[in-house]
Design a protein around this ligand. Sequence first.
Ligand code: 5GP
Ligand code: MG
Length: 182
Amino acid sequence: MYLTLDLGTTMKILLTEDELRRGIERIAGEIREYYQGRPLTIVAVLKGSVVLMSDLIRLLDMPLRIEIVRASSYRDSTRPGELKLKLDMLPSELKDREVLLVDDIFDTGYTLAEVLSQLARRHPAGLRSAVLLRKEGRCEVDVEPDFVGFDIPDRFVVGYGLDYQEMYRNLPHVAYLETEDL
Ligand code: 5GP
Ligand code: MG
């Protein structure tokens, strides 16, 4: 289905609300299975993972804390820029906690790899990662996320937390932005 939205851009729906819900239920099941009720600290990467995070945590009936970090690399375009990380909201102690990093999308993997290496310095008891989306054939690092919602083709996507110039994060589905708009 094609939609024309407020910035005059054209979109094609890639993942509907129903598909997203089923994917997130599956990841939540895998996470519950892996942690077996052990207390978990979720570290969400802002801003893109806020929607995923809020849906995911409500499916995790286990002792759970939420922490946040901030990463920005795409800024105002669809092309990656220098990665900026803000970790000052993290508690100084992650030591001996089971930490699960949650991000919206794994593209080249540099963001996830960098945040994971920063978190590893705080000596958590365990460190894993979950992403909603992973782009096929793009990985340039030697880590892969442990929990993946959907593998998707290498196209620019928005919605369900993901933005284009800070817009479209509130779409309930994930959609491709047509290339002529980028
Ligand atoms: P990576 O470091 O893995 O190359 O890129 C990860 C970050 O880039 C994501 O957290 C996200 O902010 C941004 N990103 C990568 N691909 C897309 C995309 O298709 N759409 C949007 N909106 N952001 C993307
Ligand atoms: Mg991001």
